[in-house]
Write a protein that binds this ligand. Structure first.
Ligand SMILES: Cc1ncc(COP(=O)(O)O)c(C=O)c1O
Length: 364
């Protein structure tokens, strides 16, 4: 008999999720490391916080009003909607429901770092298919499918690269997967995408029995701290996930704020417009440093992966920005380590970041 409780062997392989850092050594820092909304959130959401159900009361475990409002806005039967404590919770649930020891959970190289944890937590084997130009390569994903593949995770737009698969590629991926493989399309950043460029995931989730689309209030709605996400798929799929989720997984305050935020679509549009404009200018400023080996990966999200292929390295750029008070994100992953992921902040912040990058590149 062991002298103490032993965690399941697959837990040992998990590296706890590393969130974007908030600050440097006590100096005031602009946080551009966690893809948060620089505009905050809807003022209506802030107002709703005060009138949320009293904290002494358990929340509505089914988030009924919120699911009804989401259903109305997106034209979905609320029975096909599940709420999560952030969309991250739903990714865990999906992997745990459909994959276990001996199974494979497949995703792309340079995908969201949580996917590896999600797979391992289910006891399954995480499998990475090579990326192409830092983006998801549908052919590589399909080629990596085996008899043991149970779940495929794709973020569109992808984090940390910002790359985006068009509708035709999402359709091709779905068509190429066996019917018994669950395709999870993680739409955490979809509100930042021009609605004209819809990737068809929501329509697929409405019709295909093996597709779950997940979304969040953490990004364009600006409610990252409230932990509200949602998913939609077939009623059967949603029922399965409901059996696994926390009974009261979305707090009173979170439900009230998300409901009010949903009613303020003008704020979401403002966030999308602001992001697109500031991102375009920032990309232009970085691309102008091409002679120093800097370039950007095309992004549809609220962040840009800047690549450093000249004298200035990704790590040095990250350190230089941090010493100047701008916290960004650097990943010590081969291939990704030449990049720095920078959240799109205010115009002033991004102009400052571009200026610092220029100075760093010119003096490297
Ligand atoms: C691609 C992607 N999916 C999901 C999430 C999880 O977000 P949340 O749990 O806050 O909804 C994130 C957060 O950074 C993300 O980048």
């Amino acid at each position: 008999m062991a002298s103490k409780p032993t965690p399941k062997p697959w837990i040992a392989g998990i590296h706890a999720y590393v969130p974007g850092k908030s600050g440097g050594d006590g100096m005031p820092t602009v946080k551009l490391s966690a893809n948060e909304n620089p505009l905050g959130c809807s003022p209506q959401a802030l107002d709703a916080r005060a009138s949320a159900v009293h904290p002494s009361r358990y929340p509505d475990g089914d988030s009924t009003a919120l699911r009804a409002a989401l259903g109305k806005l997106h034209g979905i039967d609320p029975a096909r909607i599940i709420m999560g404590a952030g969309s991250g919770e739903l990714l865990y649930l999906a992997a745990s429901a459909y994959a276990g020891p001996g199974d494979e959970v497949l995703f792309s190289e340079f995908a969201f770092s949580l996917y590896d944890i999600v797979a391992r937590r289910a006891g399954a084997v995480p499998v990475e298919a090579p990326a192409r130009d830092y983006g998801t390569d549908v052919d590589a994903l399909l080629a990596a499918v085996t008899e043991r593949t149970r779940v495929v995770l794709v973020a569109n737009p992808n984090n940390p690269t910002g790359t985006y698969l068009p509708k035709s590629e999402i359709a091709r991926l779905h068509a190429g997967l066996p019917a018994d493989v669950l395709l999870v399309i993680d739409l955490a950043y979809v509100e930042y995408v021009d609605p004209a460029d819809d990737d068809g995931s929501m329509a697929l989730a409405a019709t295909a029995p093996n597709v779950l689309a997940t979304r969040t209030f953490s990004k364009a709605y600006g409610l990252a701290g409230e932990r509200v996400g949602w998913g939609t798929g077939s009623t059967e799929l949603i029922e399965v996930l409901n059996r696994l989720r926390g009974a009261f997984n979305v707090s009173n305050e979170a439900q009230a704020m998300a409901l009010a935020a949903l009613e303020d679509q003008a704020f979401v549009e403002q966030s999308r417009g602001h992001n697109a404009a500031v991102r375009a200018r920032f990309v232009e400023q970085v691309e102008a440093l091409g002679n120093h080996g800097l370039r950007t990966v095309p992004s549809e999200a609220n962040f840009v992966l800047v690549l450093f292929e000249g004298k200035l390295t990704g790590r040095a750029a990250y350190d230089g920005l941090a010493s100047a008070g701008y916290m960004t994100r650097w990943f010590s992953v081969p291939g990704l380590d030449r990049g720095v992921r920078i959240t799109i902040g205010t115009q002033d912040d991004m102009d400052a970041v571009a200026r610092i990058l220029r100075e760093l590149a010119e003096t490297a």
